[in-house]
Design a protein around this ligand. Structure first.
Ligand code: 4AD
Length: 459
C-alpha cells in the first residue's frame, strides 16, 4: 500500500490507508490507546482498540508505519485545532520503523531555557512552534528571492573564504590558509559590487561571519545575509525605495502563507504605514533628546535604547513600526560608503529599524576609482589588498549601491523572540558551536580584529 500524508487522509473516510511518522504523544484510556502521529504535513489521531495490544511498547518519538481505516470521529470528539480533527485512523497494523529513548523533557509542551533548547536542537526542532520559526524564515527568504527576480536582479553565489576584511569594526575570523592568511567573509559586499559591473542588478542569499566577542541577544557569529546591489541609481533614495518594496512584499507574503505560524506566537506583522518614515541620524537624536532628556546627541551611532525610542516615535507619529535612519558619520562607516556631497562628514547610507532593532544596512557606494583609492589610503588600508576589487572600478562602474537584510533579525522582530539565536537553526556564538564550548583565552589565539579603521560600530 502507498503511504499517504496525514493531511491527505481527510479524503479517505471509510477507506484503508498507510501513514508514517513520529509519535507526538500517547494517551491511554483503559483499553484504548490514542497516538498523535506527526509527519511533515501535520498530526493525525490514531486509535488503537479494542485491545491496546498493538500499541503496547510504543513511546513518544517512535517512528511508525501504520495501516488502518480512516473513520469520522464522534462530533463531541472533534478537535478544531487540527486540520485532521474530524477524523482518526483505526489502527489495524503497526510496524515500528525506529525506537526512541525517553525524552529528557516534554517535547509537545516545550518549556525549557534557551541553553537547553539549543543543547538539544536536533530534538527541540521537532516541536511545532519551533518549526514555525523556520517556516517563517524560509518564506521570508523565498519572498526576498522572488521580489529580487521580479525586479530584474540576477542571483549569485558569494565566496565565503576571502583575502581581506570588508566591514571592519565587526570582527573577522582569521583562517590558516595553506600557511597563508585568509578570512571568513563578513559580508558578500565586495563581490556584489564587482558584479554590478557585470550584471547591473545582483543579489545573493549567503552566510556571513562575524567574530563577535560578546554574547548579546542580537548578534550571531554566523548569520544569513540577504544582499542586493544595483547600478545606475538616480539617487541613494532609490535604494530605500527598493528596500521598502522588499520588506513590504515579505510582510505581504507572510500574511498570505504563514497565518498558522504567526498565530502560534500571537504575532502580528509589523505595520509600515503608507510609507516608511525617513530621518537623518542627527534628527533622530534630537527627537530622542526631546522625548527622553537622554543626551546621546554626540554619539556617532544610535544606541540600542535610542533605536527603541525612535521606534516608539515612528509608531506614534507615522503609524509605522519601521523607520529608516540615514546619514551616519563617514568615519564610522566602511571605506566604500559614499559621503554626502553636501556634508561629507556624513554618508548617504541608512539603517532600517524594525520594532526598535536594525534589520537592514545599506547605502550608496563610492563608484569613482580615484576616490576609492584615495579613501582606502586615507584609512591606512593597503591598496594591494583591494587591487582585485578595484579592477571593477578602474574599468567603469556606474553609480551604485545596495543593502543587506539579516534573515534571523527580521524573524526575531516579527515573532518578538527574545534572542536572535532562536531564529537560527544551528546558532553559533563565542560560547557555542552546536554544543557549548568552554570559552577560554586559548580558544581564540588567532582571532584578529580588522585592520580597517573607521568603520561601523558594533552595538
Ligand atoms: O550592518 P552590516 O554589518 O552591513 C553590511 O554587512 C553591509 N555590507 C551591508 C550593505 O549592503 N551595505 O550588516 C547588515 C545586516 C544588519 O543590518 C543585520 O541585519 C545583519 O546584517 N547582521 C547580523 N545579524 C546577526 N548577527 C550578526 N552578528 C550580524 N551582523 C550583521
Amino acid at each position: 500500500m502507498q503511504r499517504v500524508l496525514n493531511i491527505e487522509t481527510i479524503k479517505y473516510i471509510n477507506k484503508n490507508v498507510k501513514v508514517c511518522g513520529w509519535v507526538n504523544s500517547r494517551r491511554d484510556h483503559g483499553g484504548i490507546v490514542f497516538l498523535d502521529l506527526r509527519d511533515r504535513s501535520g498530526i493525525l489521531q490514531i486509535v488503537v482498540t479494542p485491545t491496546a495490544e498493538l500499541a503496547k511498547d510504543i513511546k513518544n518519538e517512535y517512528v511508525l508505519e501504520i495501516e488502518g481505516k480512516i473513520q469520522k470521529r464522534p462530533i463531541k470528539m472533534f478537535n478544531p485545532e487540527l486540520e485532521t480533527g474530524e477524523i482518526e485512523l483505526k489502527a489495524e497494523n503497526i510496524n515500528i520503523l525506529a525506537k526512541a529513548e525517553t525524552l529528557p523533557f516534554d517535547l509537545k509542551d516545550l518549556n525549557v531555557s534557551l541553553p537547553v533548547l539549543l543543547d538539544y536542537r536536533p530534538i527541540t526542532l521537532r516541536n511545532k512552534k519551533i518549526q514555525a520559526i523556520f517556516k517563517i524564515e524560509e518564506e521570508a527568504i523565498n519572498s526576498f528571492r522572488k521580489t529580487m527576480k521580479d525586479l530584474g536582479f540576477a542571483e549569485f553565489q558569494a565566496p565565503t573564504i576571502v583575502p581581506v576584511a570588508t566591514e571592519g569594526g565587526a570582527e573577522v575570523f582569521h583562517i590558516d590558509y595553506f600557511n597563508g592568511d585568509a578570512y571568513l567573509a563578513q559580508s558578500p559586499q565586495l563581490y556584489k559590487q564587482i558584479l554590478v559591473g557585470v550584471f547591473e542588478r545582483i543579489f545573493t542569499i549567503t552566510r556571513a561571519y562575524r567574530a563577535e566577542p560578546s554574547v548579546t541577544t542580537r548578534h550571531l557569529t554566523e548569520y544569513i545575509s540577504l544582499d542586493a546591489e544595483m547600478g545606475f541609481i538616480n539617487s541613494w533614495q532609490d535604494l530605500m525605495d527598493f528596500c521598502e518594496t522588499v520588506i513590504r512584499n515579505i510582510f505581504l507574503d507572510l500574511g498570505k502563507s504563514c497565518q498558522k505560524e504567526l498565530k502560534l506566537f500571537s504575532a502580528t506583522l509589523p505595520k509600515l504605514g503608507e510609507k516608511i518614515p525617513r530621518l537623518k541620524m542627527k534628527e533622530a537624536q534630537e527627537i530622542i533628546f526631546k522625548r527622553t532628556q537622554r543626551d546621546n546627541r554626540e554619539s556617532p551611532d544610535l544606541e540600542p535604547e535610542d533605536e527603541k525610542e525612535i521606534y516608539e516615535f515612528a509608531k506614534e507619529k507615522y503609524g509605522s513600526e519601521l523607520i529608516f535612519i540615514s546619514h551616519y558619520p563617514t568615519k564610522k562607516r566602511p571605506f566604500y560608503t559614499f559621503p554626502d556631497p553636501k556634508d561629507p562628514e556624513y554618508t548617504l547610507s541608512f539603517d532600517l529599524l524594525c520594532r526598535g532593532l536594525e534589520i537592514v544596512t545599506g547605502g550608496q557606494r563610492i563608484n569613482d576609482y580615484e576616490k576609492l583609492v584615495k579613501n582606502i589610503k586615507k584609512r591606512k588600508m593597503k591598496i594591494k589588498d583591494f587591487k582585485f576589487y578595484l579592477q571593477a572600478f578602474k574599468y567603469g562602474m556606474p553609480p551604485e549601491g545596495g543593502f543587506c537584510l539579516g534573515a534571523e533579525r527580521i524573524v526575531k522582530q516579527i515573532l518578538d523572540l527574545e534572542n536572535v539565536r532562536e531564529a537560527s537553526l544551528f546558532p553559533r556564538d563565542m560560547a557555542r558551536i552546536d554544543q557549548r564550548l568552554s570559552v577560554s583565552k586559548k580558544r581564540n589565539p588567532r582571532r584578529k580584529t580588522s585592520s580597517l579603521s573607521g568603520n561601523k560600530l558594533k552595538k
